[in-house]
Write a protein that binds this ligand. Structure first.
Ligand SMILES: NC(=O)c1ccc[n+]([C@@H]2O[C@H](COP(=O)([O-])OP(=O)(O)OC[C@H]3O[C@@H](n4cnc5c(N)ncnc54)[C@H](OP(=O)(O)O)[C@@H]3O)[C@@H](O)[C@H]2O)c1
Length: 236
């Protein structure tokens, strides 16, 4: 049985829950985690998933879940760093409070970093370990619509956290290359996870999640250290 862990699964219309549903349909046993265990439980029950509490900014919470998974499953096959927030639409870097930047980096960058460090030993016990960092075209230097510099003033902090997450992905791919762990950054595209966004061109959540599932289920010849959308490479 392949065991997958997804962070940031607190909403039925979020990418985390849809990714969990798709992975479970492929036969994976999926642990869905959220800061508020009751939100994860309310989603997990009907979908036959396991719910756990996890705050990616809290090392104690990460350590506790790591011990639970080691005790119950002895290994982890897939880690999906989906938790992310701080979408500062319309903000300006000059006016942004430093505390906000700290919090955003703590979740979007350091959260994934902590998770990978904590779970790397369990992932190394898998036959085909995979890490997916859910990133965004907003962190890309080349995305013509959402990328860095494409829309001056748009989501400066969020974008920088995703650029940093992409850089972390490249570094770790190099460091992990002899371990069998494949790690990639995935942009789901602009996805209708919040009401009203479809009217602005956001696509169905199921479509965005497919690219995450693709990277989570890569075969032995699959890539590592890349940036993908819908299973296709995109520019950093
Ligand atoms: N939707 C898009 O168009 C789009 C595009 C590109 C990338 N993405 C990325 O896709 C991922 C999922 O986003 P989404 O659109 O599905 O929105 P979402 O439902 O709001 O997902 C974000 C999740 O992160 C969780 N989270 C925030 N801080 C956390 C923490 N410290 N520890 C654990 N979980 C935490 C949130 O939980 P709470 O309920 O507790 O706040 C929420 O469940 C994010 O990384 C986002 O940046 C989304």
């Amino acid at each position: 049985m392949k065991v997958a862990l997804i962070t940031g699964v607190s909403r039925e219309t979020g990418l985390g829950f849809e990714t969990a549903r798709q992975l479970s349909q492929l036969g994976y046993f999926v642990i869905v985690s959220a800061r508020d265990i009751y939100q994860a439980k309310s989603l997990a029950g009907p979908a036959n998933l396991q719910a756990e509490q996890l705050d990616v900014t809290d090392p104690g919470s990460i350590e506790a879940l790591c011990r639970t998974i080691e005790r119950d499953y002895e290994k982890l096959d897939v880690l999906i760093n989906n938790a992310g927030a701080y979408y500062d639409q319309g903000a300006h870097a000059l006016e942004t409070e430093t505390a906000f930047v700290h919090e955003a980096l703590d979740t979007n960058l350091l959260g994934a970093w902590r998770m990978i460090r904590a779970f790397a030993p369990l992932l190394q016990r898998s036959d085909a370990p995979r890490i997916v960092n859910v990133s965004s075209g907003a962190g890309s230097f080349h995305d013509p619509s959402f990328g860095i510099g494409a829309r001056p003033g748009a989501t400066p902090v969020y974008s920088i956290t995703k650029t940093a997450l992409n850089a972390l992905t490249i570094h770790l791919a190099h460091e992990l290359k002899d371990t069998g762990i494949k790690i990639n950054a995935v942009c789901p595209g602009f996805v209708a996870t919040y009401p009203g966004t479809a009217a602005y061109g956001a696509r169905p959540v199921s479509e965005g999640a497919k690219g995450i599932v693709w990277a989570a289920t890569l075969g032995p010849d699959g890539p590592t250290g890349g940036f993908y959308r819908d299973g296709q490479p995109i520019e950093w």
